[in-house]
Write a new protein. Structure first.
Lengths: 296, 353
């Protein structure tokens, strides 16, 4: 029993990481039709900025409020990079989908290489607050706190995103834009402002995922974004592009499936099951679980 | 029809280029700056052969991307099936090379048909993501080393004892070079034949407007599957040549990065053109090697620190060139000639009648 609880919490922790990456990816794709390969770069930027801030930024450190400040710095860095990428590189190629994908591909290659040049190719030990290594007893299982931290962070982000999409004017524009961008443009609303906003939100969520993945894995490396990104893509396709709640459901399904099969089957079998799940969902509902419809 | 020398050249220059490449190993000239040794030294031939193989691979990938309009992110899977399939059959089971290569290519073709049948049920970017996921399974399988077959992170070096003598050893690099040239020629000829055939015209139609093909009463799904399967088996064949050239398999060949570099090669060269992707593949591979050498030499270190770091990373330089190419040279290298001609026409005054 205690094993099952531990596995469930670990699976949900993984799902939280997937969700943080996938939610931004899904919104960007749903609204702007951009398959963003550079999203993994935002994650790495967030992770490295947090790592740098914890060591160098005055007031920030590896523990307590200092760590919160370091993570905030990382999230701001990820947001700024994402907004800049949209403004400088994606916007000139508006409505040329393939070129936009190509630019993000080039950016992901060059960005990872730049990070390697700046910080070295080897993983760096990540400063994590000591309390994240403590365990609590939950339904008879001893659960490390870092997993709970991941889950709480993802739930908070999910709540914030849904509230933003449902109750603010820009949320309304984004939801409408995902459903029918031409109509929104025809009504005289500049959707491109919403593009920048969605990129910034996605960048912030991905940077948070980067910082938290540093806490969870204990290290950061330039390629850590790329490996999470592929599973985030799978989550986006399963959940339905443009749907935040669909991404959340799909992330939980993928995280739990991967964790349990990897534990009870051979290592690696879980990853393959996830791809099989993707194939099944696509054959059954080609538009994903939530389809390209409502975002909230 | 008169055959002026320039018309003859226009028609037969690919043949001339082929002959030139075929006799290249007989010349011992040294090109300073381009290669470290004379052009027929094993080192230079090895790099050239690698360039030719990737030229062929990029051209095969272009059958999907540039000619049929399918953006696949899982092409590395079929290349890796060729590399690892042949390697495992030779090294672990002691098959002779021709049989192992044949079985590996057939297996890769079968896998491509099955996975393509699933992936092509979705369209556009969703197709790209599904192929990416399938490709990732290949990368995971290779890394996890099932049954001790793939060697995991270490890779699997090729057992040379079962190979024909002509393909083993540094002295015989020239034979591998000719093999690579033969592969490239095969790919180019096959693609040219396909492009001239009715099927090739349907591919072009699919790229331009899929609905129109459907209205004409043709089944887009079947044609896309044919393109996908053909392109994948060409990639698997390239994998066999690459295996012999690299004398082993490494997990990198299955990674999604390999597909991304193929995409970069095609876009740099000019998607959908006859020789653009080949040119892109050759240039990219050459620059990748050359920049790695330069990065580890002192030439870059003398630059100021801010520049030296990124410039020692070949992928940073190539990624940046690629991004610039997407903005400023949408047709790639192959489109450059037409653009320059148009530019020259626009700046020289038109002749008065």
């Amino acid at each position: 029993m205690s094993t099952i609880v531990l596995m469930t919490v670990t699976g949900l922790g993984l799902a939280a990481l997937y969700f943080l990456v996938a939610s931004g990816l899904s919104l960007v794709f749903g609204l702007a039709d951009v398959l963003n390969f550079a999203h993994g770069l935002f994650l790495s930027v967030g992770a490295y900025a947090t790592w740098w801030a914890a060591g160098n930024l005055p007031g920030a450190g590896p523990d307590g409020w200092g760590f919160v400040l370091a993570v905030a710095f990382g999230v701001v860095a990820g947001t700024v990079v994402a907004a800049l990428v949209e403004l400088v590189m994606i916007r000139p190629l508006y409505s040329r989908t393939i070129e936009q994908v190509l630019v993000t591909v080039g950016l992901s290659l060059a960005g990872v290489a730049a990070l390697q040049a700046g910080f070295g190719a080897d993983p760096r030990p990540f400063p994590r607050p000591s309390w994240t290594q403590d365990v609590v007893t939950l339904a008879g299982a001893r659960v490390p706190l870092d997993r709970l931290l991941l889950i709480v962070a993802a739930v908070v982000v999910l709540g914030l995103l849904l509230a933003f999409l449902r109750w603010t004017r820009y949320g309304l524009i984004i939801r409408a834009g995902v459903e029918n961008r031409e109509m929104v443009t025809a009504l005289g609303i500049d959707v491109r402002k919403a593009f920048t906003l969605v990129f910034a939100i996605g960048g912030a969520a991905a940077a948070l995922a980067g910082a938290l993945s540093g806490v969870y894995f204990g290290s950061v490396s330039p390629t850590s974004g790329a490996s999470l990104l592929i599973f985030a893509f799978i989550v986006v396709v399963i959940g339905g592009m443009g749907s935040v709640s669909g991404s959340a459901v799909a992330a939980v399904a993928v995280g739990l499936l991967q964790q349990f099969v990897n534990y009870y089957g051979t290592s690696g079998a879980g990853d393959i099951c996830v791809v099989a799940l993707l194939a099944v969902v696509l054959l059954w509902r080609p538009a994903g679980l939530a389809g390209k419809a409502a975002t909230a | 029809m008169t055959t002026t020398p320039s018309a003859l050249f226009k028609r037969y220059w690919p043949v001339a280029a082929f002959v030139l490449l075929a006799v290249l190993p007989y010349s011992g000239i040294t090109i300073p700056g381009l290669f470290d040794g004379p052009i027929n030294s094993p080192g230079a031939l090895q790099v050239l052969a690698l360039c030719l193989v990737f030229g062929g691979l990029a051209a095969g990938y272009d059958l999907l991307f540039g000619r049929t309009g399918l953006l696949s992110f899982g092409h590395a899977l079929y290349f890796a099936l060729g590399v690892y399939g042949t390697d495992i059959l030779i090294t672990k089971y002691g098959y002779p090379l021709p049989l192992a290569a044949l079985l590996a290519v057939l297996f890769a073709t079968t896998v491509a048909t099955a996975l393509g049948a699933v992936a092509l049920r979705v369209h556009g970017i969703a197709f790209s993501m599904v192929t990416l996921a399938f490709g990732q399974v290949g990368a995971i399988l290779v890394a996890r080393d099932p049954g001790g077959l793939t060697g995991g992170e270490e890779g699997l070096s090729l057992d040379a004892s079962g190979l024909p003598d002509a393909l083993v050893g540094v002295v015989n690099t020239v034979n591998l070079y000719w093999l690579a040239l033969a592969y490239l020629t095969l790919v180019v000829v096959v693609l040219h034949r396909v492009a001239q055939s009715p099927t090739g015209r349907v591919f072009a139609g699919l790229r331009d407007d899929e609905r129109r093909i459907g209205v004409l009463g043709l089944d887009p799904y079947r044609f896309k599957l044919v393109s996908f399967t053909l392109s994948s088996s060409l990639a698997a064949l390239g994998g066999v040549v690459y295996l012999l050239l690299a004398a082993g398999a490494s997990p990198h060949v299955a990674s999604s990065d390999l597909t991304l570099t193929l995409l970069v090669m095609v876009v740099l060269g000019g998607p959908g053109t006859r020789f653009g992707p080949v040119l892109g593949g050759v240039l990219f591979t050459y620059l990748d090697h050359r920049l790695t050498d330069l990065g580890s030499s002192g030439a870059v270190d003398s630059l100021p620190g801010v520049l030296a770091g990124p410039l020692s990373q070949p992928l940073f330089v190539l990624g940046t060139i690629f991004i610039l190419a997407v903005y400023f040279f949408p047709g790639g290298l192959a489109g450059l000639g037409t653009r320059l001609t148009a530019l020259r026409r626009s700046v020289t005054p038109a002749p008065r009648p």
